[in-house]
Design a binder for this molecule. Structure first.
Ligand code: R7I
Ligand code: MG
Ligand code: MG
Ligand code: MG
Length: 374
């Protein structure tokens, strides 16, 4: 894996943090204009810079851009994997619960809080049970699993073992989300990051080839789940036509091949076809689109911006669940382009960047030690 550099580990984790912080400024706004995103981001950073100049203190914790539940949970995933050097579900459940208890106002999803409260019980027998009881036993299909999963592909990168990555992703997700749609969304996100990390840094991507390889990985997973899932878990009312496809993630990946190159693609079309909401199926595809489209069809409004910036700004411009779509897109983009594409000012004024950097270093070092041992 001589292609792999520390910068790309940092790019993925720091990228996810800054995109969450910036995306959070627009979360829930239905129509976001790219021009406004650019303006607000510049304005916020300028304001933070001014406050710092006047007060002489670094404003990140007080006045800067703050991370939300997406990052709060991703930090727990990273910290647990690093400390335990494996997935320790009890430890991770405890961290999720403790994080939520100490900072409940990070913007958590409406129903996941029930799970996080149940996980506070130190004597809890089965840490996977509270999540499995959500929504009358069908489990949440929210994007809360996919939004926090970026540490998983970094943890398994040097093992180069896709089965290990799948099982790790499954467990991390099922602590709060057991609906197959939530789990599959997290799988798609990790496959995208893993796939990208195995390419050379900044390599120009072959969009169709990349999407085909994601489809090849998702197809058996979606088909298997159709054969054996509890009927209850499938009781999801399709919101968009492609949601009703028997293998909906694959259907959306096929559509992304077209959307990646489509001239004058507008946000409302993306919303109507792929989605931009809090469901995993209605947001992970939008994140993938953001990454591939900005790699090949740069928006003329974004002249002077590098691929990483464009990915984040475009993801936010899709509206809806902006912090989450941006964080998922950025975790992929950062893994390809490296931390050097993340603007200094974004890194400086977003909360949680220093920790993300430390986590990236630890994941990378762990891989170096493994390589030497082999
Ligand atoms: O998925 P989750 O952790 O939320 C993540 C989102 C991200 O955008 C974060 O940035 C944050 O803002 O929230 O939280 P959940 O509560 O599990 O799921 C989110 C929402 O999806 C729920 O509150 C429901 O509205 C909806 N939802 C469902 N609705 C009906 N039936 C999830 N699963 C179901 C379902 O089975
Ligand atoms: Mg959030
Ligand atoms: Mg929210
Ligand atoms: Mg969100």
């Amino acid at each position: 894996f001589c292609n792999m550099s520390l910068s790309r580990f940092k790019g993925s984790l720091i990228g996810a943090v800054v995109a969450d912080c910036i995306g959070a400024l627009f979360e829930g706004i239905r129509v976001v204009r790219l021009k406004d995103v650019l303006g607000v981001v510049e304005h916020k950073i300028e304001k933070a810079r001014k406050i710092q100049k006047e007060s002489g203190t670094r404003p990140a914790d007080v006045y800067g851009l703050q991370f939300t539940d997406d990052t709060a949970m991703a930090r727990s995933v990273a910290a647990s994997l690093i400390e335990k050097d494996k997935l320790d579900a009890r430890d991770l459940a405890h961290r999720f619960a403790e994080e939520f208890r100490s900072e409940p106002d990070r913007g958590y999803g409406g129903n996941v809080v029930t799970v996080l409260k149940a996980l506070r019980d130190p004597d809890i027998e089965d840490v996977f049970k509270p999540a499995s009881e959500q929504f009358d036993g069908s489990g949440s299909y929210g994007n809360g699993g996919a939004m926090r999963i970026s540490p998983a592909p970094l943890f398994t990168f040097f093992d180069n073992d896709i089965t290990k990555l799948e099982s790790l992703t499954d467990s991390i997700t099922r602590l709060t989300h057991t609906n197959p749609l939530a789990i599959h969304g997290a799988m798609l996100e990790v496959f995208a990051i893993d796939e990208i990390m195995r390419m050379s840094q900044g390599q120009s991507i072959d969009v169709n080839k990349f999407l085909d390889s994601l489809i090849a990985k998702m197809k058996p997973i979606e088909e298997k789940s159709n054969d054996c899932s509890e009927p209850l878990a499938k009781k999801v009312v399709p919101k968009r036509p492609l949601d009703a496809d028997p293998t909906p993630y694959c259907a959306k990946l096929e559509k992304i091949k077209e959307f990646a190159f489509k001239e004058d693609l507008n946000a409302s079309e993306v919303e109507a076809v792929l989605g931009n909401d809090v469901s995993a199926l209605g947001s992970v595809p939008a994140a993938i689109l953001s990454f591939v489209r900005q790699a090949v069809t740069p928006d003329p409004n974004m002249e002077g911006r590098n691929e990483f910036e464009r990915t984040v700004l475009y993801a936010i411009s899709l509206g809806g669940d902006t912090d989450t779509i941006a964080t998922m897109a950025a975790a992929i983009a950062g893994a390809l382009y490296g931390a050097e594409q993340i603007p200094e000012s974004w890194q400086y004024y977003c909360e949680g960047v220093a920790d993300a950097e430390t986590f990236a270093e630890k994941f990378f070092q762990r891989g170096q030690v493994q390589k030497v041992a082999q």
